[in-house]
Ligand binder design. Structure first.
Ligand SMILES: Nc1ncnc2c1ncn2[C@@H]1O[C@H](COP(=O)(O)OP(=O)(O)OP(=O)(O)O)[C@@H](O)[C@H]1O
Length: 315
């Protein structure tokens, strides 16, 4: 089990990580989400042991993860960290990059392992190609293969699919996260892509301004977001009062956070909005509309005319 206990960290002046605590069970897949600059990458680097903490302690199976003050070469060897810059050797081939940390004592075992990883990351055809000639997305796949080569106990992935096209990303992350589960490797992924959290992670950690403001089952966090910030990390969200949608008897009003699919156009709804734009999303349209001088979003199965008035209701 990985235990993060009351950790704080400052680069120069202001704390970037502020008294953060949580635990992660072995083999879990955790997504870390939060607005840009909230401290996701820094948190991963601290877990890897790249920096010394101001306060607190990080334990893996009750053993402390120590920073550079205590380790000549920072970074624990049972943990692998995939940084946002891929740190590849540009003038060597893909297979040499992937095999860099593998032992040379059994060359056929090494070769087999490299092949296995290249297949997992769908890079077999590039085995003999020099890393510098690859596209950004291809380099990212090589970097992923490389951090997996010597099977780590814990893997820390910082935006691991940021440069990979949507088509390949889907099959790749299915393969990768299934592989990590099969091997029982604990995985923490810092991501801006809510699908990494919703479809693949066991739990999601939500960070804001150096603090962990929510942690829990990803589906539960999505369905019951504690506030608008949490909900907005999963997509567009509308903050509305129940009384704006239906006639209330008595004064038991309630503030609702509603994703676009939770509002629908009806013939005689209470809430009147004016259509401003329709965005085609493949299976539906996302409609932006004006309601009481602010933008709201809902889904509809067809395009709507600009400036058309619609009435809306809970879907
Ligand atoms: N090496 C550094 N020296 C000084 N400040 C830094 C350094 N790295 C990051 N920071 C600052 O620490 C804060 C957190 O940065 P971090 O990279 O951890 O955020 P993030 O959530 O990963 O952002 P993003 O989603 O944009 O990658 C930011 O204010 C950033 O400017």
């Amino acid at each position: 089990m990985l235990e993060i206990k009351n950790i704080s960290f400052t680069y120069i002046e202001n704390p970037v990580i502020k008294n953060v605590s949580f635990t992660i069970a072995k083999g879990q897949n955790i997504a870390v989400i939060g607005e840009s600059g909230c401290g996701k990458s820094t948190l991963l680097k601290l877990i890897y042991g790249l920096y010394d903490l101001d306060h607190g302690i990080i334990l893996n199976d009750e053993k402390p993860i120590l920073g550079p003050k205590h380790n000549l070469v920072p970074g624990e060897d049972y943990i692998k960290y995939l940084a946002q810059d891929f740190d590849l050797m540009p003038y060597t081939t893909v297979e040499e990059n992937v095999g860099k940390f593998l032992s040379n004592t059994n060359s056929s075992a090494k070769q087999a392992r490299v092949q296995e990883l290249l297949e997992l990351l769908e890079m077999t055809e590039f085995a003999k190609v020099k890393a510098k000639t690859l596209s950004g997305g291809q380099q990212q796949r090589v970097a992923l293969a490389r951090v997996l080569a010597v099977e780590p106990e814990i893997i820390l992935l910082d935006e691991p699919f940021s440069q990979i096209d949507t088509f390949r990303k889907n099959s790749l992350r299915r393969n990768l996260f299934r592989y990590l589960k099969e091997k029982g490797i604990t995985c923490i992924t810092a991501t801006h892509d809510s699908t990494d959290a919703l479809s693949f992670s066991d739990e999601t950690i939500v960070m804001k301004n150096g603090d962990v403001i929510a942690k829990g089952n990803s589906k539960t966090l999505y369905e019951n977001p504690a506030n608008k910030y949490v909900a907005s990390l999963f997509g567009e969200v509308n903050e509305l009062k129940l009384s704006q949608l239906i006639e209330l008897e008595g004064d038991h009003d309630e503030l609702l956070l509603l994703y676009p699919h939770q509002l629908k156009v009806v013939d005689n709804g209470k809430m009147k909005a004016v259509v401003k734009q329709s965005y085609f999303k493949g299976s539906h349209y996302l409609i932006k509309a004006a309601f009481e001088r602010r933008a709201i979003f809902f889904e509809h199965d067809s395009e709507l005319e600009v400036n058309q008035e619609v009435t809306l209701m809970l879907a």
